[in-house]
Design a protein around this ligand. Structure first.
Ligand code: SF4
Ligand code: SF4
Length: 81
C-alpha cells in the first residue's frame, strides 16, 4: 500500500471514530444567539447570526471536541448519538 493510500485510510478511520460520538445539537428554545460557541470552535464549524436568530453547524467539519457545549451559557448544546 502506498503512503498516500495509507494516509487516506487513516483519515477515513479517524473520521468514522469522530462521527461515532454523535452530532452537536442545539435546543433552539434555549439558544440566545450570543455567538460564544462560534468563537470557541477550533474549526469554525458553527455559524451564528444574532440579528437573524440563526444557528447552524457543518457536521462534516466538527471534530466533536465539545468546547462549544462547555462554553454555552444556557446549556443549549449537547452531543447526541
Ligand atoms: S453559546 Fe449557546 S446560547 Fe450562545 S449561540 Fe451558541 S448555542 Fe446559542
Ligand atoms: S464540538 Fe468542537 S468542533 Fe464541533 S462544533 Fe463544537 S467546538 Fe466546534
Amino acid at each position: 500500500m502506498s503512503n498516500l493510500k495509507r494516509k487516506i485510510s487513516q483519515i477515513k478511520i479517524l473520521r468514522k471514530m469522530v462521527e461515532s460520538k454523535g452530532n452537536i445539537v442545539n435546543d433552539s428554545d434555549k439558544c440566545i444567539y450570543c455567538g460564544l460557541c462560534q468563537n470557541r470552535c477550533p474549526v469554525n464549524a458553527i455559524t451564528v447570526s444574532r440579528n437573524e436568530k440563526k444557528w447552524s453547524i457543518e457536521h462534516e467539519f466538527c471534530v466533536r471536541c465539545t468546547h462549544c457545549v462547555e462554553k454555552c451559557p444556557t446549556k443549549a448544546l449537547t452531543l447526541k448519538k
